[in-house]
Write a protein that binds this ligand. Structure first.
Ligand SMILES: Cc1cc2nc3c(=O)[nH]c(=O)nc-3n(C[C@H](O)[C@H](O)[C@H](O)COP(=O)(O)O)c2cc1C
Length: 196
């Protein structure tokens, strides 16, 4: 069974994490989920759903669900000896981008990302902020140079989507594809003919 670490931070865009986790929970995969303290607050504010009740819905699916305390540095995902098929951080705040880029860490989510970089495991980061200043851009460049895939949550305007859910599916589909998880969530370009 493939193993993925999913990181969620306090950047806007909790709906991306919600959709991504709901989709993954229906697959035969092992999910290792880390959410920051602010990540929980923003998730509850933006979705109107409590994090604890959301997690309960995930356990109804086929995936194996493991939730970690972000302060638990003794967790398996904090070690390079725990190999995974990749890590996705979505949405990723500029604070977490900075901590990973500078190696200052300080929590389990950043440590797990650091492990991915040192072990050359696939790391997909979906940073959310606008506008971006030079420090944000430099940190993102550092992460890209270290091998992370930087995939901002940008809608696929060319797909001419007319509803919010399809737009979110498009972004989540691209994030999952970048992490090596094939899916049919997004519209692939085909000479201008829309195709899902
Ligand atoms: C409603 C809300 C939306 C936020 N949106 C963003 C955002 O889009 N990008 C960002 O970098 N920070 C955003 N922040 C600020 C982060 O939550 C803050 O920097 C926090 O320290 C991030 O911590 P974390 O990375 O540990 O979750 C937002 C905060 C709130 C309350």
């Amino acid at each position: 069974m493939k193993k993925y670490i999913i990181g969620i931070t306090g950047a806007s865009g909790s709906v991306l994490a919600k959709r991504m986790l709901s989709y993954l929970s229906e697959l035969s995969v092992e999910l290792h989920i880390i959410i920051t303290e602010t990540g929980i607050q923003v998730f509850e504010y933006e979705t109107g759903i409590s994090w604890d009740s959301f997690i309960k819905t995930l356990s109804l699916g086929t995936a194996s669900i493991n939730i970690y305390n972000n302060n638990d540095m003794f967790a398996s995902v904090a070690s390079g000896s725990f190999s995974t098929d990749g890590m996705i951080i979505a949405p990723c705040s500029m604070a977490t981008v900075a901590k990973i880029a500078t190696g200052t860490g300080g929590n389990l989510l950043c440590r797990a990302a650091d492990v991915c970089l040192k072990e050359r495991t696939r790391l997909v980061i979906s940073p959310r902020e606008t506008p971006l200043h030079s420090i944000h851009l430099k940190n993102l460049l550092t992460l890209s140079e270290c091998g992370a895939m930087i995939l901002p949550p940008v809608p696929m305007f060319y797909a001419k989507l007319d509803n919010f859910d399809d737009m979110i599916d498009g972004i989540v589909g691209r994030i999952l594809k970048s992490a090596g998880i094939e899916n049919n969530l997004y519209t692939r370009w085909d000479n201008g003919k829309d195709k899902k």
